[in-house]
Design a protein around this ligand. Structure first.
Ligand SMILES: Cc1cc2nc3c(=O)[nH]c(=O)nc-3n(C[C@H](O)[C@H](O)[C@H](O)COP(=O)(O)OP(=O)(O)OC[C@H]3O[C@@H](n4cnc5c(N)ncnc54)[C@H](O)[C@@H]3O)c2cc1C
Length: 482
């Protein structure tokens, strides 16, 4: 019997787990996928929104501003890359300045610090590469960028270091209320808990329906992106938004914390909750709109394209509800969900406390999770010292991002362990560069096989049947002929 079971190890479930790890509680996180950070959290704009966009008085507005205020400290504790680069909502027509002023007023009411409406001259000084057509902007100095999957992995990792249990490949298929507790099942293994947090992302409505809560529904809205190599960032330092419309914040141009340039997302409603394919039309729209913002963007520097799905809720706000005692929904967590995550976690833990969850602080809770060594950023003296201690740091595996074998082995051995090629990629950046794993993929496969003590044929890209080495070798084929 656990005190709390959390369904879903995206950024929300993981942040809730970390918040609960501060207290003397038994907590389990149940994740359906092969690894954490496999849902919406792995593919989004990575912006810590300042909080001027959400409608005044909504949970989105309150928790966005509180989350954004808390994020820098959370990232410092968790060793996650974060940069307060500031954002600009750019107007291209004089009439759009009215919307900019509206956002300014809304931001003031939401409690966002430091907002300013700026004119063309100042805008051009801040962002010299911006389109000549830009007439002014809303400047939000508290806007920031973060690495979303790092934040996800580090928060569940820190929770695990402080005693939280994680079960991956545990897809919840039924929940039954039994006296004062819930019995959760994946069809083969049962887990009992007094409190349940439903943080199942795109499937949170299905999980809520398992306890009879059909008060909301979700549908997917796809966002497609293009990611450009390091040398394409140029002089761009801020996140550049367009004036938003009813479908969202439009196509943005933004540097990432790893010094890539991100263009996107589109906003396309669809029915399929799994379809994350990019399309020629979607990427064309990203290109066209990004060029309107910064005409000099070098599209030859595109290294990959990807898409994510927003879990759009039927209520228009975050759905943080408790349909019955002990059961909490964290549903409809579309943008600004990443920005709000630290505040959503506190909100849910307070809600559970009001229903009787006892929060007795652990004396030995350690909020710190050091980042993996970033070998490429060390001085030559530091590198030599690292190699002297462990020669694996002297063996570069990913040439594009300069990632060593030592860093990959660390990622496989830490909490939560990398268990597949994409897991190594999200934790270390091996495979994130221009060749997208073309060179390092086979070596990462070999390291995973060695560390996990499994044959290379059993190593997968992202769990399930995504094996990297399938079929017969030429040698095997020629033996068969003999
Ligand atoms: C295109 C796009 C752009 C965005 N940009 C931003 C941005 O710039 N800033 C911002 O603040 N927010 C942004 N967001 C929103 C942000 O990404 C989300 O709010 C956040 O990632 C949601 O996290 P989550 O944990 O709720 O969901 P997920 O990350 O989807 O996690 C849910 C987890 O639940 C698991 N799961 C599902 N069903 C089950 C089950 N039955 N049993 C067990 N596990 C299950 C899934 O496998 C998954 O791991 C964006 C979203 C998109 C799609």
């Amino acid at each position: 019997m656990y005190d709390v079971a959390i369904i879903g190890a995206g950024v929300i479930g993981s942040m809730v787990a970390r918040e609960l790890a501060r207290y003397q509680l038994s907590v389990v996180v149940l994740e359906g996928a092969h690894d954490v950070a496999m849902g919406t959290t792995k593919a989004n704009s990575a912006i810590v929104h300042a909080g001027f966009d959400a409608v005044v008085g909504t949970l989105k507005a309150k928790l966005n501003v509180a989350g954004s205020e808390a994020m820098e400290e959370v990232c410092r504790e968790l060793g996650v890359k974060y940069q307060r680069n500031g954002s600009l909502v750019v107007a291209y027509r004089p009439q759009d300045m009215e919307k900019v002023r509206e956002l300014y007023d809304r931001g003031q009411k939401n409690g966002v610090r430091g907002l300013e409406v700026i004119g063309q001259e100042e805008l051009r000084k801040m962002e010299p590469a911006i389109s000549e057509e830009a007439v002014g902007a809303l400047y939000a100095p508290t806007g920031a960028i973060v690495c979303p999957y790092e934040l996800n992995i580090a928060s569940i990792g820190n929770a695990m270091d402080n005693g939280v249990e994680l079960k991956v490949e545990y897809k919840v298929t039924s929940i039954e209320k039994k006296d004062d507790a819930y019995e959760i099942s994946n069809g083969t293994e049962k887990v009992q808990a007094r409190f349940v947090v439903n943080a199942a992302g795109m499937y949170a409505d299905h999980v809520a329906a398992m306890v009879g809560d059909t008060s909301f529904s979700l549908y997917p809205r796809k966002g497609q992106y293009m990611l450009l190599d390091h040398d394409c960032v140029g002089s761009i330092t801020h996140t550049l938004f367009n004036v938003p419309n009813e479908l969202g914040k439009g196509i943005l141009v933004s540097p990432t914390v790893d010094q890539n340039l991100l263009l996107g997302p589109t906003a396309e409603n669809q029915e399929d909750r799994e379809d994350m394919a990019t399309t020629a039309e979607g990427l064309q729209m990203v290109q066209t709109n990004a060029l309107k913002v910064v005409p000099s963007v070098n599209l030859r520097g595109v290294i990959t394209a990807f898409a994510g799905l927003r879990a759009v809720g039927s209520t228009g706000d975050f759905i943080l509800t408790s349909p019955m005692k002990g059961f909490w929904n964290a549903a409809g967590i579309e943008s600004p969900g990443l920005s709000s995550a630290p505040a959503i976690a506190k909100y849910l833990v307070n809600g559970m406390a009001k229903q009787g969850l006892e929060l007795v602080e652990k004396a030995d809770f350690n909020p710190i999770r050091p980042a993996l060594h970033d070998f490429s950023k060390m001085s030559i003296e530091e590198k030599n010292e690292m190699i002297r201690k462990n020669p694996l740091y002297g063996h570069i595996i990913c040439r594009c991002e300069s990632i060593s074998e030592g860093e990959i082995v660390d990622a496989i051995r830490q909490n939560p362990p990398a268990r597949d090629i994409d897991g190594v990629k999200r934790r270390t950046r091996a495979g994130m560069g221009r060749c997208q794993g073309g060179f390092c993929g086979p070596m990462v496969t070999e390291i995973l096989a060695k560390e996990m003590q499994i044959p290379m044929e059993q190593v997968t890209k992202f769990g399930g049947g995504s094996y990297m080495n399938v079929g017969r070798t030429r040698e095997e084929q020629s033996h068969e002929k003999d």
